[in-house]
Design a protein around this ligand. Structure first.
Ligand code: NAD
Ligand code: MG
Length: 382
């Protein structure tokens, strides 16, 4: 395999750091040419010193002098401000843009990278949630392509290799069920931020950890799968699988199902996105087939986890509804983390935004940006 030049957008986050761990193990395969972060300039400085990229971008302008002082006269060009993200997403010599930004902030870089015909390794599921239709049009027109990093979508992609698309009957997305799977609705009234951040199987950034606790994450993933695999929503279902060993399942029209399995680590899907359609070597845990273990399944409790239901309804509604859902959710999660609202307030805020804002405008970059702003403003006030 030729050495690939990689840009990591959001390199200081959970996915970004795990991607760098893989790249550290395989310097002959991958070379980092640009790294970005929002505000954690100390971590960015450590990464710049280790990986010597051509560019490093700090989105938060306030700490740039601290970063420059710390780095002295390294060869890396230091850039500042969110406006630079699209430039790094389209660098001429980049082979792969790994988008591990969180939230709507990741959307425009995905769009620009695809416009430039790049391969995008996509962790930022929100890109597809808000603008999946627009993204698919760009892929058709401009030769860019997307490979998912999300473990469920990586699992489905792995199951689909060599299979005829028209023979897919169902995509079955597994969900751990999060920390509150066995809690009663009564108990869920008293959920604290600390409870919600305590995910049973995965260690991730705060936003996706809360999304997993409300099961909004699974709703976002259903929308992500809908666009990524061009499948109608009626052919996608979620199932709770608390062990997080089966990462998803594809059922075909002859009744056969294929699943992808492995111990829960994001390193496998990150590496697969970088090497697809090939595979490479990874020093990660293996399943131990000689020790007894259980794989269990339960239906999703849509009444207890209203967020997943809201996401499915917004996807069915189409238009700008998923973008409203996404923006309202980002604000609600933020407010919950800041202890301004409780866990059980989250779906109510999202539902009010969906009911009160107009979804029917034509989808464009501008209309998506506008509705994102409007939904954010409204969600702050509820
Ligand atoms: P994180 O919060 O740990 O990291 C986010 C990164 O983006 C950081 O480097 C941060 O500096 C940067 N960033 C945040 N806001 C920004 C902004 N407004 N402008 C510019 N940069 C910004 O998040 P994460 O857990 O790594 O998740 C990243 C994405 O991957 C999310 O879309 C998430 O849903 C998805 N994902 C994560 C996991 C996981 O295991 N963490 C699994 C599947 C999918
Ligand atoms: Mg996932």
């Amino acid at each position: 395999m030729d050495q690939k030049n990689i840009v990591i957008l959001g390199s200081t986050g959970s996915i970004g750091e795990q991607a760098l761990e893989i790249i550290r193990e395989h310097p002959e395969q991958f070379r980092i040419i640009a790294l970005t972060c929002n505000s954690n300039w100390q971590k960015l400085a450590d990464q710049v010193e280790e990986f010597n990229p051509k560019y490093a971008l700090l989105c938060d302008e306030e700490s740039v002098s601290a970063l420059r002082d710390r780095l002295g006269n390294v060869q890396t060009e230091i850039l500042v401000g969110t406006d630079e993200l699209p430039d790094l997403a389209t660098l001429d010599d980049a082979d792969i843009i790994l988008n591990s930004l969180v939230g709507f902030a990741g959307f425009r870089p995905t769009v620009e990278a695809l416009r430039a015909g790049k391969k995008v390794a996509l962790a930022n599921k929100e890109s597809l949630v808000v603008g999946g239709g627009l993204i698919n049009e760009l892929i058709k027109d401009k030769r860019g392509w997307l490979v998912p990093i999300d473990s469920e979508h990586s699992a489905m992609l792995q199951c689909l290799v060599g299979e005829p698309r028209e023979r897919i009957e169902k995509l079955v997305i597994t969900a751990s069920g999060g920390p509150f799977r066995t809690w009663t609705k009564e108990e869920m009234r008293d959920i604290t931020v600390e409870d919600a951040l305590n995910h049973p199987n995965w260690s991730m950034g705060d936003k996706i950890t809360i999304d997993s606790a409300t099961m909004m994450n699974k709703g976002l993933e259903i929308i992500e799968a809908h666009w990524l695999f061009d499948m109608p929503l009626s052919k996608i279902e979620a199932v709770v699988h608390p062990q997080s060993i089966i990462h998803s399942v594809v059922t075909f029209t002859d009744g056969s199902s294929k699943a992808q399995l492995g111990p829960p680590t994001m390193k496998v899907p990150i590496l697969y996105a970088l090497t697809y359609p090939n595979r490479y070597i990874l020093d990660a845990p293996r399943l131990d087939w000689q020790t007894a273990f259980d794989l269990t399944f339960e239906p999703v409790d849509y009444d207890k986890f209203k967020c997943i239901q809201l996401a499915i309804e917004a996807a069915e509604e189409g238009g700008l509804a998923p973008a409203i859902l996404n923006a309202a959710n980002e604000v609600a999660v933020d407010r919950f983390l800041n202890k301004e609202i409780t866990y059980i307030d989250i779906p109510g805020i999202i539902e009010t935004c969906l009911n009160d804002l107009n979804h029917n405008e034509t989808i464009s970059l501008d209309s998506l940006k506008n509705i994102d702003l409007k939904a954010r403003r409204l969600a702050q006030t509820i």
